[in-house]
Design a protein. Structure first.
Length: 68
């Protein structure tokens, strides 16, 4: 089955929209609460991680465990 350019563009647009939504959620949490919490362990996500990956939903340790 061939993947059309339109299929690829739709997939890229979906990924970009999901990323933008995650970034918005993180920014809102930081603005409202002054912090952003890992969805797995409940600990604060380090600001350096959020600067590098503002869409991060997990702290570094939990993300590494999630990827295993």
């Amino acid at each position: 089955m061939d993947t059309s350019n339109a299929d690829i563009e739709r997939a890229e647009a979906r990924v970009a929209a999901e990323r933008d939504q995650a970034v918005g959620k993180a920014r809102a949490a930081v603005e409202q609460e002054g912090t952003y919490i890992c969805e797995d362990c409940g600990e604060q996500i380090d600001s350096a991680r959020l600067h590098a990956a503002p869409f991060a939903r997990r702290c570094v340790t939990c993300q590494q465990n999630h990827e295993k």
